[in-house]
Design a protein around this ligand. Structure first.
Ligand code: GDD
Ligand code: MG
Length: 377
């Protein structure tokens, strides 16, 4: 895929007033989680470095941060910390200044935020969960923060099922009245979208040197002590990429231009196929599928809404739908895969049938016809 750093550096600010505020705001990205829900893809690669629409997912977020007008980025890392620095370096290739703060033991989301404090340059920081794909105008969140004279501002949105998220009710002025992390009986469908603006003094008041959850400890405490905590609500594109189903959908939305990324402008289509990959005549690749370097898709195969990593082989007549197939894996002829994850170098034999959240661990070989959900062959 013909991407270059220029795709990042050319991104123009979308909101001039917001961009002026962004120029005086540090960006802090939390990327220290283990990405357990994406195993085995995250056995060796941290979640934000998994390729979505052909680029490490984090690169799309950095593109948006840059486009909004922020320059200085601090990554709060822990699990596989070295992978980030190796790829992004000091950020200069991307037109950014990137620093890394490594937690030897994960400090939790709040502890990670506190831990970066002596790398901050401004009186205000915008914090990002590193696994969110979004189209929100980041400058507009900063404008809300300033106009409300807030201590902390949270980006919020409404979703059909809020139970897997932080539920955040607000009053008529937009002031946050509660923060309820992952509750079975949420009082509203308004949730924490995973980006916050913190004034530096509030960030520095988070307890240091021990694990702290921003969701379960810091926000409730700020509300109890009467701090000015506001919500910025919008309905721009938003997706947490933390599960295989969301990862596949998010990548596909990027390819098709449903999810915005400044890095992909003018490149949208039904599929993104690397120039070194080969797709046979009569194979169908669609639904925002990505096909990585050197991958081969044989005749009669159908690959829909999937992420196919480098060097994967999909044999003749196989069907792959809403799947992630990791590097070097092989999918046998007429195998049928829906909603599953196949680990690096694994082999799914001919005529196998895998579905509904199946995960094949790296290197595992399932023999031809070795796994079916029905008796008809
Ligand atoms: N540095 C560091 N250290 N980062 C961490 C740590 C840590 O100990 N723990 C988690 N993170 C990072 C993860 O890498 C991820 O980018 C982000 O913090 C959020 O963690 P997730 O594990 O993805 O949380 P979640 O998706 O279950 O819930 C969070 O995000 C939702 C929105 O997507 C919460 O903030 C919810 O309130 C929110 O609704
Ligand atoms: Mg998440």
């Amino acid at each position: 895929m013909a991407y270059s750093a220029a795709h990042l550096t050319q991104a123009a600010p979308v909101n001039e007033e917001g961009a002026a505020l962004a120029a005086e705001t540090d960006a802090v990205i939390l990327v220290g989680g283990k990405g357990t829900r994406l195993r085995p893809l995250t056995n060796n690669v941290p979640k934000p470095m998994l390729p979505a629409a052909g680029l490490p997912f984090l690169q799309h977020l950095l593109g948006r941060i840059k486009a909004a007008g922020m320059q200085h980025v601090v990554l709060g890392t822990s699990f596989k910390a070295e992978v980030f620095e190796r790829y992004f370096g000091d950020g200069s290739d991307w037109g950014l200044e990137i620093e890394y703060v490594v937690e030897d033991e994960p400090l939790g989301t709040g502890g990670a935020i506190r831990n970066v404090h002596d790398h901050l340059r401004f009186d205000r920081a915008m914090i990002f969960n590193g696994d969110v794909l979004g189209g929100t105008d980041l400058g507009a969140i900063l404008q809300t923060h300033v106009s409300q004279n807030a201590d902390v501002t949270l980006h919020l949105l409404r979703v059909p099922d809020p139970r897997a998220f932080g539920c955040v009710p607000t009053d008529q002025e937009g002031r946050v009245t509660a923060f309820l992390e992952k509750t079975e009986d949420p009082p509203t469908d308004q949730i924490n979208a995973g980006s916050y603006v913190f004034n530096r003094d509030v960030l520095e008041a988070i307890p240091a040197g021990r694990p702290v959850s921003v969701e379960r400890e810091v926000f409730p405490e700020l509300l109890e002590t009467g701090k000015r905590v506001f919500g910025h609500v919008d309905q721009a594109y938003w997706r947490d990429m933390g599960t295989p189903a969301d990862f596949v959908r998010g990548s596909s939305d990027l390819v098709r231009g449903i999810a915005p990324s400044p890095l992909l402008e003018g490149m949208h289509g039904e599929a993104l196929v690397d120039s070194s990959a080969s797709v046979a005549d009569g194979a169908l690749v669609l639904g925002g599928t990505v096909v990585g370097r050197g991958a081969e898709i044989r005749g009669g195969a159908r690959v829909d809404t999937s992420v196919i990593f480098d060097g994967v082989h999909i044999e003749a007549g196989a069907t792959v739908e809403r799947c992630v197939i990791a590097a070097g894996a092989r999918i046998g002829a007429r195998a049928h895969l829906t909603d599953c994850v196949v680990g690096e170098g694994a082999v799914v034999g001919a005529r196998c049938e895998l579905r509904d959240g199946a995960r094949v661990w790296p290197g595992v070989e399932i023999p031809d016809g070795g796994l079916r959900f029905s008796s008809d062959v």
